[in-house]
Design a protein around this ligand. Structure first.
Ligand SMILES: NC(=O)c1ccc[n+]([C@@H]2O[C@H](COP(=O)([O-])OP(=O)(O)OC[C@H]3O[C@@H](n4cnc5c(N)ncnc54)[C@H](O)[C@@H]3O)[C@@H](O)[C@H]2O)c1
Length: 370
């Protein structure tokens, strides 16, 4: 036992003196009283992806915080000397060009989840940093959640739930705008991993499925889902009763759903957006929901996050919004924690990551972010 402690101490000292010891900072949401309620609840500050003992046993320093905003926050203190930053889209640490400039030791930015738009990717590329995410880790979680949101909006579920809690009973107040999903036209903007899983899940509902993407799917998958490719987004959108957003936030997609584009949609269209809040122009959504042009809006993504108390989407009618939860189910957490550990392990050994995980590598952005 004493011998083991000595050899561990030796290893730590050797690593520290050889410069192999890395300072790793993780930014996650805090779980407080929920942290001990589930042993697999890995994605919070308290449980820190379950990699603390492993990292520390190898002589690395691991600092974890949820304090990510403003000049005096905990994250800011570690920017000048951290080597690796692990962040998540659920409680995004905004990695601006200014922060990148200050981070003299930074080499690697890992996203525990999918979607690295909280990082200034151009600045990261220019600084020669690597950005990688756990591609595929929560795509089933998000696709299932989108299906739920489509049904919640179509059936006008939220007012019914609110009536029950408030001790009310008014069938008419719900039924006048509740519909079946069968026979409706549903279009996904973006048919990558999540979009395809959603189309597969929608198939048994008997809808008319459309998709727009920069790339057409394999013919076998088109056949399996029955979804039709529409090359021109402006041609697809006005046909849809339901629009689901499934593309990344990029320079091209930021603010894409503005007043003009929303004006071309079918009156009463339902929109589900679990992709990123900033793909929508905030006030254009509020105005269209208030006028009834958008019949219902649901999603779990906001700009910024956490959403401030006065964010207008909290207070608009016919919304079914939640905090950013769809991709952080316990099953997803286990997958993105394992994927993050795998990439750290490879990084320490000087090995490459799975190709699809790279978002920025050798000064280049991944194709879906260009
Ligand atoms: N809410 C959550 O918890 C959560 C979790 C995971 C992912 N997401 C979001 O969902 C997005 C999609 O995830 P994914 O795993 O399906 O990614 P993916 O890379 O597999 O698919 C993205 C698709 O979008 C397409 N695309 C990119 N730019 C486009 C454009 N301008 N017009 C049309 N199509 C475009 C790409 O060609 C690709 O097919 C992520 O980038 C992320 O922002 C959210």
């Amino acid at each position: 036992m004493i011998f083991q402690s000595f050899s561990l101490l030796n290893l730590l000292m050797k690593q520290a003196s050889s410069g192999d010891s890395k300072k790793i900072v993780g930014v996650f949401y805090k779980a407080n009283e929920y942290a001990t309620k589930n042993p697999n609840f890995l994605g919070c500050v308290e449980n820190a992806l379950g990699i603390r003992d492993w990292l520390e046993s190898q002589g690395h320093q691991y600092i974890v915080t949820d304090d990510k905003e403003g000049p005096d926050c905990e994250l800011e203190k570690h920017i000048p000397d951290l080597h690796v930053l692990i962040s998540t889209p659920f409680h995004p640490a905004y990695v601006t060009a200014e922060r990148i400039k200050k981070a003299k030791n930074l080499k690697l930015l890992l996203t525990a989840g999918i979607g690295s738009d909280h990082i200034d990717l151009q600045a990261a590329a220019a600084a020669g940093l690597t950005v990688a995410e756990v591609t595929g880790s929560n795509v089933v979680s998000v696709a299932e959640d989108e299906l739920m949101r489509i049904l919640i909006l179509m059936r006008n579920f939220v007012p019914g739930y609110n009536q029950v809690v408030k001790g009310e009973w008014n069938v008419a107040g719900i039924a006048y705008r509740a519909y079946d999903l069968e026979g409706k036209t549903i279009g996904t903007v973006g048919a990558g991993r999540i979009g395809k899983l959603l189309l597969q899940r929608l198939k048994p509902f008997g809808c008319n499925l459309l998709y727009h993407d920069r790339l057409q799917m394999a013919p076998e998958l088109e056949k399996e889902t029955g979804a039709k490719f529409v090359e021109d987004l402006n041609e697809m959108l006005p046909k849809c009763d339901v629009i689901v957003i499934n593309m990344p936030l990029t320079e091209k997609t930021r603010g894409m759903f503005n007043k003009e584009l929303i004006g071309k949609l079918k009156k009463g269209v339902l929109i589900v957006n679990n992709a990123r809040g900033a793909i929508m122009e905030r006030q254009a959504v509020v105005d269209a929901v208030e006028s009834g042009h958008i019949g219902g809006y649901s999603g779990d993504v906001w700009d910024p996050q956490p959403a401030p108390k006065d964010h207008p989407w909290r207070y608009m009618p016919n919304q079914a919004m939640t905090p950013h939860t769809s991709g952080t189910t316990i099953d997803a957490q286990l997958r993105y924690a394992a994927g993050t550990k795998d990439m750290l392990e490879r990084y320490f050994k000087g090995e490459d990551f799975p190709t699809e995980n790279y978002i920025v590598k050798d000064g280049e952005l991944a194709p879906q972010y260009r």
